[in-house]
Design a protein around this ligand. Structure first.
Ligand SMILES: NC(=O)c1ccc[n+]([C@@H]2O[C@H](COP(=O)([O-])OP(=O)(O)OC[C@H]3O[C@@H](n4cnc5c(N)ncnc54)[C@H](O)[C@@H]3O)[C@@H](O)[C@H]2O)c1
Length: 341
């Protein structure tokens, strides 16, 4: 407990997309929040609105350096551990990035929790990528064997194993959330952000899709995701380690995402395909068909508000409202570019 009597929560990676959206939820529930982030992807401006609050502080640190964490961890009661590499593609060109930012960073955090007096609970954001190319869809939490096909998925599964080991051996309590693709207007990576930037670069003339566009996945809106993390993560525990999938009940393919964005912008755009992989996937490690079962989460009261289609549409509308890299609207009649999908 802090001097004010509030619960002190550490949010690692709190300057990133999901972390900065989670902060208001935790503050509104009467907690003190400390964000630790090394700002490789996250931005200080994402936590700027909270800096003037008495029950918030920000520390710039790298979790790979375990020593710098010690003082931060010992002041906190529980940790939302969101820091890590979040981009699947990078593992192919740099096989170290997931190892250090996910596995080493998580091990350092757990070790500091183990040696602390009172910081014994971790809420971890894992990923659907740990299932690899699951043969059962929607995939339940007890699906196996787990065979991730990316360095990202492998590293997240290794983090889950470490957390399980620390739970079994040292009594650390843990909730692991396996997230589908999370979308929202403040996300600075992923397919929607990528398409907005590509459209701006080509002035709306063409859009390059990685893969053949038939990849089907679940896309959850940020508010639904944050609601699961805060509501379920903060509730009293039934056991030392709990695992929940977080996603929508449906899927959307990449071609349809492109269509939604192009239509919302009022463009006529030529679609081009960069099939980097022969079987149509967008990159090495890309999963072509992903849908998670969320029955377990629903049984304990979590409700979802947006489907995948609605999540993509809402994100697109808000990005246009916020004027994120929007381009001048084309006069559809006079535009020489055709929509080829
Ligand atoms: N966004 C998604 O679709 C999605 C899906 C599944 C799982 N996740 C996981 O949820 C978490 C949050 O995702 P996000 O979309 O907000 O990603 P993000 O990249 O926006 O945020 C991650 C943050 O962690 C920080 N970070 C990375 N390595 C660090 C280190 N060594 N020390 C300190 N800070 C470090 C980055 O600077 C960044 O601010 C990630 O662990 C990600 O793998 C995200």
């Amino acid at each position: 407990m802090s001097a004010t009597g509030l619960q002190r929560i550490l949010v690692t990676g709190g300057a990133g997309f999901i972390g900065s959206s989670l902060i208001p939820e935790l503050l509104n529930r009467g907690n003190h929040v400390t964000v630790a982030d090394h700002l490789s992807v996250g931005k200080k401006q994402n936590v700027e609105p909270f800096l003037s609050k008495d029950n918030f502080d920000f520390i710039e640190l790298d979790l790979i350096d375990g020593n710098t964490l010690k003082d931060v961890v010992k002041k906190c009661k529980l940790v939302f551990h969101l820091a890590g590499n979040s981009i699947v593609k990078t593992g192919y060109s740099n096989s170290e990035i997931d190892f250090f930012n996910n596995i080493v960073a998580t091990r350092n955090l757990l070790e500091n929790m183990r040696t602390s007096d009172g910081c014994k609970k971790i809420i971890f954001t894992s990923t659907s990528a740990i299932y690899g190319e699951a043969q059962i869809l929607p995939t339940p939490e007890d699906y196996g064997p787990l065979k991730p096909i990316s360095m990202y998925g492998a590293s997240k599964l290794a983090c889950e194993s470490l957390i399980s080991g620390y739970a079994g051996t040292f009594g650390i309590e843990a909730v692991i959330f396996r997230l589908a693709n999370v979308v929202g207007p403040s996300n600075k990576h992923g397919v929607i952000f990528d398409f907005f930037n590509k459209l701006a670069q080509s002035d709306g003339k063409y859009l390059e899709i990685l893969g053949n566009g038939t990849q089907k996945k679940s896309y959850i809106y940020i508010d639904d995701c944050v609601n699961a993390l805060a509501k379920i993560g903060l509730r009293p525990f039934d056991s030392g380690l709990e695992i929940f999938n977080v996603g929508t009940d449906d899927q959307i393919d990449t071609n349809s995402i492109a269509q939604i964005i192009i239509a919302e912008m009022g463009l006529q755009t030529e679609i081009r395909y960069a099939s980097q992989q022969n079987d149509g996937r967008g990159w090495v490690g890309d999963i072509k068909n992903m849908l998670l079962s969320t029955e377990k989460l629903k049984k304990i009261g979590w409700k979802i508000n947006y489907s995948s289609n609605e999540s993509v549409s809402l994100t697109t509308k808000k990005m246009i409202e916020n004027k994120y890299n929007t381009i001048k609207k084309f006069d559809v009649k006079s535009s020489p570019h055709s929509l080829v999908l």
